[in-house]
Design a protein around this ligand. Structure first.
Ligand code: HEC
Length: 239
């Protein structure tokens, strides 16, 4: 898959078990890559970052990538050298894009019974809804998502399967610009089936989260109700 942003163009890596893919990573090296963005050859991949994923969930992701699932079987897709833009190169040089520290402290996911904390963890660290739904990938703060500009205010330009640019939407509780007037069922339907309350379809630039469980949707919903409300007009004016 190919993606583009102000950071230039890059290709998502071959993450099958092929020796040219993740076959060349040990589990420890893989955990390190996902937490810090540092690849086996020592270079930084700023787009392969899940710094706040709990140890247990990180283990589950690695287990899946190592499993016999058909999608992870060896595929000989060649790795390509990313073509980073001038901006990205300049930022690397200035040290503005830094690898994340590898914390020795265990990261533990909040309990499911704490809906707010669990929803925050799912929305910001696991499914990273926040990454797509804030101002831009370039300004998103992975270490502290909530301090990202335009947090959950939408407007981040994404591409659909036909490479048409579709800005992400405002998911803050604003009654008209956000989803403050929706209810939990409408939210669940939008996230899983891609249908808005008015019956219109959501672009495929937004992934379908068909496997999200009811309690996970509810937790994300509870959390989103608490994020600061943002007016689209303010976003357009650069706040
Ligand atoms: C890969 C980027 C991406 C991710 C990750 C993502 N979204 Fe979206 N989402 C979008 C885009 C783009 C749109 C706008 C689509 C359109 O306008 O048709 C959207 C639209 C939506 C909408 C419809 C809002 C409206 O007002 O119409 C909801 C609800 C939503 N996303 C919820 C979520 C949740 C919850 C998550 C995490 C579980 C999430 N999204 C993760 C890109 C993303």
């Amino acid at each position: 898959m190919q993606a583009e942003s102000a950071f230039g163009e890059w290709w998502s890596a071959n993450i099958t078990k092929h020796p040219d893919g993740l076959g060349r990573y040990s589990n420890g090296e893989l955990a390190y890559l996902l937490r810090t963005g540092i690849q086996k050859n020592g270079t930084l991949n700023p787009f392969m970052l899940f710094p706040n994923l709990s140890d247990e969930d990180l283990g589950a992701v690695i287990g899946y990538l190592r499993s016999d699932n058909s999608s992870t079987q060896p595929s000989p897709v060649q790795r390509k050298t990313p073509d980073y833009s001038f901006l990205a190169k300049a930022l690397f040089k200035l040290g503005a894009i830094k690898p994340f520290p590898f914390d020795e402290e265990p990261i533990i996911a909040p309990s499911k019974s704490d809906k707010f904390a669990y929803g925050k963890y799912l929305a910001n660290s696991v499914f990273v809804c926040a990454e797509c739904h804030s101002e831009s990938f370039e300004t998103f703060n992975y270490a502290d998502p909530e301090s990202s500009p335009g947090f959950f205010g939408g407007g981040n330009p994404l591409e659909d399967m036909d490479f048409v640019v579709v800005p992400s939407r405002n998911l803050t509780p604003h009654p008209t610009d956000g989803i403050g007037n929706w209810n939990l069922d409408q939210f669940g339907q939008a996230v899983q089936s891609g249908l808005r309350p008015d019956g219109s379809g959501i672009s495929n630039a937004m992934p379908r989260f068909l496997l999200l469980k009811e309690d996970e949707i509810e937790a994300i919903w509870e959390y989103l109700k608490t994020v600061p409300s943002i007016e689209n007009e303010k976003l357009a004016k650069g706040k």
